[in-house]
Design a protein around this ligand. Structure first.
Ligand code: GLU
Length: 514
């Protein structure tokens, strides 16, 4: 019988969610929806030492921003909760006990000093990777080397201990990864990983496997950095008797720096001049000073554009199509089309996606962004103009805030003028034409783009001047710039009175070319 597809995104609240993590969440979501399955959000917060207040909230907000809402989570609830590992503590102890009872795990009482001494000893004996394993465990202080009574006594007296996995000495562990194909690891390469820490909390490995099993996860889709842990997880499934329902693994390729040299790290954002986090955030830093980091949302990326961009960092549909709606992505997404190689991060591509999405937005929707900018900057505006401005600007901007920053002239008279254009074009003919134009526009009943054009044409005809001779000067007087959206539309939006005043001011301040 086919099981219902259930995937999970399992972040640790140890800081801001990097865009690589966001991509993992999106792939999980797409895979779940494509297969009529469920996506689970599980907070892996068992490492108390790395817990960062606010990080869980950040993860939730970032995912909500792009519309990734898990079917089951600490917020949505679900049949398989709780969905925070710190609230599931007792469940892990039970399975650790089972592993011990069946001889697949053991208590270890070694102090940090004793562990250091072991490593030093092995290093001195030229062992390349000194580790606690099938060979060294027999020289250490654990329930395999101590008598049963000694072990009981130590536990009863409250001596700190951990529980370690007893990794078999010689065994080949294989797994068939959906992205990487067959992965084979010899058990001698794996150390006796700690499963339960001395604070009674499970480590990532135990908690992750137990939860994936109890939550009936069918596919584990996660970052490539977890591939080395996968064989260990396979061993755990085997020891716990869960092999039959072991999830399938899909380890996603890394996101690389733009030059392809190494992994895109959390610290790259500030250095490379673009965000590596979905949204802005502030967390308490190590030295007590708050640490801030910037996100795509605040830089002006639209959530659907950002999502579309991220999906393409590692996946492709096998066709030329790049712009996909959410539903189209769900429809097209398959794990088979995820590449094995790391993907270079390309911020220019992110901008391109944003531009495409802005172009396709309604003027009404873009208007919301424009109104926000206008209000933030205390600019008075006629609400009737908002959508017209968006319409005029949307082909020309990469970010919504640029409708304001690049289109200020719709709302405010220019305070400076493009010097090059002024030097080249602002001559006596232009001033003559504009002197008439500033009077004539005031006479129109309603100044529309059409009537503004007609008035100008009449003046040009009368004076025997070609339009190309003065057009840039008209634009310069009204906008301060040498280029931009359709000038007659600008004139309509700016209005007769303002147009007239702006021309008057330009005539006063601009030196006329000899
Ligand atoms: N808690 C792990 C992380 O932070 C989850 C890895 C996994 O998906 O197994 O990435």
């Amino acid at each position: 019988m086919d099981r219902e597809v259930r995937v999970r995104f399992a972040p640790s609240p140890t800081g801001a969610l990097h865009i690589g993590g966001v991509r993992t969440a999106i792939y999980n979501y797409l895979f779940a929806k494509k297969n009529n399955g469920k996506m689970i959000l599980r907070i892996e917060d068992t490492d108390q030492t790395r817990f960062v207040p606010g990080a869980e909230e950040y993860i939730k907000d970032a995912l909500e921003w792009i519309g990734i809402i898990a079917d089951e989570s600490p917020y949505a609830g679900g049949e398989y909760g709780p969905y925070r590992q710190s609230e599931r503590k007792d469940m892990y102890a039970e399975y650790a006990q089972k592993l011990i009872d069946e001889g697949n795990a053991y208590y270890a009482f070694d102090t940090p000093e004793e562990l250091d001494a072991m490593r030093e000893r092995l290093k001195a004996a030229r062992v390349a990777t000194p580790q606690y394993n099938a060979i060294t465990r027999m020289q250490m202080k654990n329930s395999l080397t101590l008598s049963e009574d000694e072990v009981k006594e130590k536990i009863a007296s409250g001596e700190p201990y951990v529980i370690r996995l007893k990794v078999p000495h010689k065994e080949e562990i294989r797994l068939n990864d959906m992205v990487r194909g067959w992965v084979m690891v010899h058990s001698s390469a794996i150390d006796d990983k700690v499963l339960m820490k001395s604070d009674g909390m499970p480590t990532y490995h135990l908690a992750n496997v137990v939860d994936d099993h109890l939550m009936k996860i069918t596919h584990v889709i996660r970052g490539e950095e977890w591939l080395p842990s996968a064989p260990l997880h396979v061993l755990l499934y085997k020891f716990l008797g869960w092999e039959d329902t072991m999830p399938q693994f899909a380890h996603l390729p890394l996101l690389l720096k733009p030059d392809g040299n190494g992994k895109l790290s959390k610290r790259d954002g500030d250095k490379l001049g673009f965000p590596v986090f979905p949204i802005n955030g502030v967390f308490p830093g190590k030295d007590g000073q708050p640490e801030t980091f910037s996100g795509f949302r605040e830089a002006g990326y639209l959530p659907d554009a950002f999502l579309n961009f991220l999906v393409f960092l590692g996946w492709n549909p096998g066709t030329e199509q790049e712009i996909f709606s959410f539903d189209e992505l769900i429809d097209a997404f398959t794990i088979e089309r995820i590449g094995k190689a790391g993907t270079k991060f390309d911020i220019e591509k992110a901008k391109w996606f944003n531009q495409q999405y802005i172009k396709s937005k309604s003027n009404q929707e873009l208007g919301k962004h424009l109104i926000a900018s206008l209000e933030e900057n205390n600019v008075a505006y006629d609400p009737a103009n908002v959508e017209k401005v968006c319409n005029a600007m949307k082909e020309r901007v990469t970010f919504p805030q640029e409708i304001w920053t690049e289109g200020k002239f719709f709302f405010e008279a220019p305070t400076e003028y493009d010097e090059k254009v002024a030097r080249k074009k602002w001559d006596a003919t232009a001033v003559d034409v504009l002197s008439s134009y500033k009077e004539e526009v005031l006479k129109a009943d309603t100044l529309t783009a059409e009537s503004a054009k007609e008035i100008l044409n009449n003046i040009l005809e009368e004076k025997g001047v070609k339009i190309g001779q003065v057009m840039q000067s008209v634009r310069l007087a009204i906008t301060g710039k040498g280029g931009g959206p359709d000038l007659m539309e600008i004139i309509e939006i700016v209005g007769a009175k303002n147009v007239s005043n702006r021309i008057q001011k330009a005539i006063e301040v601009l030196p006329v070319k000899e």
